[in-house]
Structure formats: structure tokens, C-alpha cells
Design a protein around this ligand. Structure first.
Ligand SMILES: C[S@@+](CC[C@H](N)C(=O)[O-])C[C@H]1O[C@@H](n2cnc3c(N)ncnc32)[C@H](O)[C@@H]1O
Length: 199
């Protein structure tokens, strides 16, 4: 999706309010994930698909005023709302820019890259769980990471050598066996339709 119009949930005021309500609902969980990931005071954070700014302002609280957050979203209206909300909350170290993830370029480097429910929007039905000795399923998340590698490198999150993408699926599979872990793949998108009465 490259144009703002292609975003299925749209950019109405209602959708902006829904996003903010969703942000409040997911705040504790998101903060917990960020802390576990190592977000801490003084860090610089890039929030991709920031919407109306909930994740960015949360990250800004975690990194404090010595840190900084840049939220990017391709929707100008969301970026504007995010700016106003951050200002109203007195969060001066979160900035927002209109940009499409596919073409976003920056000279700035970041300590962390975060993103919640981007893209596509979450329309969840079910998720495959990968486990056991047969090494299926690991290629899929590795493929996603491979596509994100240019952005990850460009923003200074990690180097190609650190990630070692060509051996990652094999390493994940080995770890799953050694530590007796299972891997939840991302939830898949469901689809629904309004059928005529009686069908
Ligand atoms: C479900 S909202 C989530 C917003 C925010 N991360 C949150 O959790 O509150 C998804 C957001 O991703 C943005 N988005 C989707 N694709 C994008 C892209 N290619 N580049 C930039 N933003 C994108 C949409 O504009 C939308 O604001």
C-alpha cells in the first residue's frame, strides 16, 4: 500500500479516536514489551506507523527528556493529531513526520525501532504455531526480517552481520529444539463479508 487512501481503516476522526482508545487499552502491555526489549532513558526511538501518536508518546515517557522519539506515518492528518496530542501532554521530545515506510530516508540513527499494529491493520483470525523437529515455518518471519533489513541497517538498529539473516532460520529452529520452545507466527488477517439475507 503506498497511498494514504489504501489504508483499510481510513483516517476519519472516528478512526483517530478508536486508535487512541486502543492505545489506552494496549498501553501497559506495550510498555512491558518495550521495557523487556531494553528501551530506557536517553535512547532515540523510531516509531513506524505512529498513527495518532500513542506509541510514540509512551516511548517518549520511557526514554525521558534526555532521549528522543520520531514517529512517522504516511497519513498527514494522523501526524497532525499526534503532534497536537503530544503538545497537549507536554511531551516535547517526540517529533512526528509524514513519511511512507517504503520510501522513508533519514541520516539520523536510532537505538530502537518500534511499531504497533503496522501494517496491515490487525484483523485477526488465527495463528500457526511452529514447534518440533521439522524445520517448517521459520523461513516466514526470516523473510519479513530480510525485507526490513535495509531499514534496520539504515536506521542503525543492527548490522547485517549481527543479524546474519542467512543462518537465522536454522538458528531459530535449533534454539526451539534445545530450549523446547514453540514459535507463534504473526496472526493472519481474516476477511468477512455482508451476505444477502438468507444466505
Ligand atoms: C492500526 S494503526 C496503528 C497506529 C499506532 N502504531 C498505534 O498502535 O496506535 C496503523 C498505522 O500505520 C500507518 N501505516 C500503514 N502503512 C504505512 C506505511 N507504509 N508507511 C507509513 N505508515 C503506514 C497507517 O497510516 C496507520 O496510522
Amino acid at each position: 500500500m503506498s497511498s494514504a487512501e489504501a489504508y483499510p481503516l481510513g483516517y476519519s476522526q472516528l478512526e483517530a479516536r478508536r486508535l487512541a482508545e486502543q492505545g489506552a487499552l494496549l498501553e501497559d502491555l506495550t510498555a512491558d514489551v518495550f521495557r523487556r526489549a531494553g528501551l530506557r532513558e536517553g535512547m532515540t526511538v523510531l516509531d513506524i506507523g505512529c498513527g495518532v501518536g500513542d506509541v510514540s508518546t509512551l516511548a517518549a515517557r520511557l526514554v525521558g527528556p534526555r532521549g528522543a522519539v520520531l514517529g512517522i506515518d504516511r497519513a498527514a492528518s494522523s501526524v497532525q493529531t499526534a503532534r497536537s496530542r503530544a503538545t497537549a501532554l507536554g511531551v516535547a521530545h517526540a517529533r512526528f513526520e509524514q513519511a511512507d515506510l517504503a520510501s522513508f530516508e533519514t541520516d539520523q540513527t536510532f537505538d530502537a525501532l518500534v511499531g504497533r499494529l503496522v501494517p496491515p491493520p490487525d484483523m485477526t483470525a488465527a495463528t500457526p504455531i511452529v514447534c518440533g523437529p521439522v524445520p517448517t515455518g521459520y523461513g516466514y518471519p526470516v523473510g519479513v526480517l530480510r525485507s526490513l533489513l535495509p531499514l534496520i541497517e539504515r536506521t542503525g538498529i543492527a548490522s547485517a552481520a549481527e543479524i546474519d539473516i542467512d543462518t537465522l532460520a536454522m538458528r531459530m529452529h535449533e534454539d526451539a529444539l534445545v530450549y523446547e520452545r514453540v514459535m507463534f507466527l504473526p496472526r493472519v488477517v481474516g476477511a468477512w463479508t455482508a451476505l444477502p439475507p438468507g444466505e
